[in-house]
Ligand binder design. Structure first.
Ligand code: CP
Length: 303
């Protein structure tokens, strides 16, 4: 396997292999130990055309934990600002012989184009509305650590489905793991064609959440909205926000996930965010371990 660009099309064997390796790294990292530097003398470039805290930092940390060199390209301070094209930027970076380029871009499909131009492995760190495969892997890693085998478990993805690459990747990842997936959002935040995806489109938050083991709340992506798709943040929270009361409908022991960053008090209420039910910080630790596993297995040709 050269690149990881999306979850759709990934085999269950590869999916499980990455999560199994991430489990090994989880035990090492949470015990405060350093793993064997399996990526010594290897190099990773992060090329982010959009802002990021979690994804970029965890890829950098993951690479460094394993002994690799990391170069972070800040697009705002690069020759992209002088008009250099995506292809010329890609060829320039590839000429420095990195092992992996992790890319985030606002245009859906940009990492796929990059992968066709470079020798390096390409990992999609999020492209437009399309995919965020490592987010879905880390979400499934977090869920698997909590519940064990995910087959037959139920999940609800609620919120701004329309603008969410996290939702699209998770619908495929959850289905791959054998889960049933419900989705719900305000009418203006549901994408055309959602019925063709492997999920059940629900008519209310209550219908979506009922009996679910995992409820994933999505961020309202104001930066991708062209017009006012809802009247106000307060009104959105009142009608579509996830709070403790709504979670009473979920299965006993259910968890709440959020990919971050969170708009506190908008898609997730304060009363829920700071409870044990909400595992957003466990997701971040999982993200580090999943990205360690992925870098290790791609570079060492184990995928
Ligand atoms: N979940 C996620 O992709 O977060 P960042 O935008 O901070 O990377």
């Amino acid at each position: 396997m050269k690149d990881l660009l999306q979850i759709r099309g990934l085999s269950l064997d590869r999916f499980n292999a990455v999560l199994d390796r991430a489990d090994e790294y989880y035990d090492i990292v949470t015990a405060g130990k350093k793993p064997f530097p399996k990526l010594k003398d290897r190099s990773v470039i992060t090329l982010f055309y959009e802002n990021s805290t979690r994804t970029r930092t965890s890829f950098e940390s993951a690479a460094k934990y394993l002994g690799a060199e990391v170069v972070n390209i800040s697009v705002g301070a690069s020759s992209v600002q002088k008009g250099e094209s995506l292809k010329d930027t890609a060829l320039t970076l590839d000429a420095m012989y990195p092992d992996v380029i992790v890319m985030r871009h606002s245009q859906s499909g940009a990492p796929h184009r990059l992968a066709g131009w470079v020798r390096a492995h390409v990992i999609n760190g999020g492209d437009g509305l399309h995919a965020h495969p490592t987010q879905a892997l880390l979400d499934m890693f977090t869920a698997r650590r909590r519940f064990g085998d995910l087959k037959g478990r139920k999940a609800a993805i609620v919120g701004d489905i329309k603008h969410s690459r996290v939702a699209r990747s998770n619908i495929y990842a959850m289905t791959l793991a054998g889960m049933q997936v419900n989705v719900f959002g305000a009418g203006t935040l549901m994408p055309a064609g959602i019925e063709q995806m492997p999920c059940k489109v629900c008519k209310s938050l209550e219908e979506a959440i009922k009996g679910c083991d995992i409820v994933m709340a999505l961020r309202i992506q104001l930066e991708r909205m062209k017009g006012g798709l809802f009247p106000s943040a307060g009104e959105y929270n009142r009608y579509f926000g996830l709070g403790k009361k709504a979670m009473e409908l979920a299965a006993p022991g259910a968890i709440v996930m959020h990919p971050g960053p969170v708009n506190r008090g908008v898609e997730l209420s304060h009363d829920l965010l700071d409870t044990d039910m909400c595992v957003k910080d466990e997701q971040v630790t999982g993200g580090l371990c999943v990205r360690m596993a992925l870098l290790d297995m791609l570079i060492n040709k184990e995928l």
